[in-house]
Design a protein around this ligand. Structure first.
Ligand code: SF4
Length: 202
């Protein structure tokens, strides 16, 4: 783990960024055009964690800017949150070929970067977007369809709050009661409630 003493959050995140940029620990570095480290507020109580960069993210070096990202923006806006109110990142920082799920070995190789980001920001809540983020943080015993909208206490009292990944919502567009989109509306309202509760309570 990094030495956090004597550096600002911005300086520490810059160190993480530089380490990610020079990382060749797993085979995903072979295919990347850009690493995607993360972006948003470093003083936020809430971090969103997805799976990994897609094509647009790999092109731009920014998280959640493709179709799924645009939907995430809309989901946030629906409760009055902006991207910059939260921090957004992924389990792996380099794009898996053809957007396949990163392997367990790739996730393990990259996880220390995410843990460093979490330590720097020190959030109250981590929203795990989809199965990969959920399983990377809590282990493989949980299914996103069963546990979304539940709260799990993680290290240092941080809450893990699983939600559906926006890509899953794009494939399941129904808004009928009980549908993934309908459930996501319930979940994002709870995210906003937690944001309001924790904002400014550092
Ligand atoms: Fe390194 Fe993570 Fe990229 Fe693999 S995915 S090369 S561990 S930064």
């Amino acid at each position: 783990m990094m030495n956090l003493v004597g550096n600002t959050k911005e300086e520490l995140m810059e160190i993480v960024k530089r380490r990610v940029e020079s990382c060749a620990t797993c085979p995903l570095y072979l295919h990347r055009n850009n690493v995607v480290v993360g972006e948003g507020s470093l003083d936020t109580p809430i971090i969103f964690v997805g799976e990994g960069p897609g094509e647009e993210e790999d092109k731009t070096g920014r998280p959640f800017v493709g179709r799924a990202g645009q939907l995430l923006d809309k989901i946030l806006e629906s409760v009055g949150l902006k991207r910059n109110d939260v921090y957004i990142t992924n389990v792996v920082k380099c794009r898996p070929p053809n957007n396949r799920t990163p392997t367990s070995a790739e996730q393990r190789a990259c996880l220390h970067f995410l843990l460093a980001q979490i330590e720097i920001i020190n959030p109250k809540v981590i929203v795990a977007l989809g199965a990969t983020a959920l399983n990377a943080l809590l282990g493989s015993n949980y299914q996103i369809t069963k546990v979304r909208g539940r709260k799990f206490e993680w290290k240092a009292g941080i809450i893990i709050f699983p939600m559906f990944h926006p890509s899953f919502l794009l494939r399941n567009p129904s808004k009928a009661q009980g549908s993934p989109k309908w459930l996501t509306w319930e979940d994002i309202k709870e995210v906003k409630r937690m944001f309001d509760e924790y904002k400014g309570k550092g």
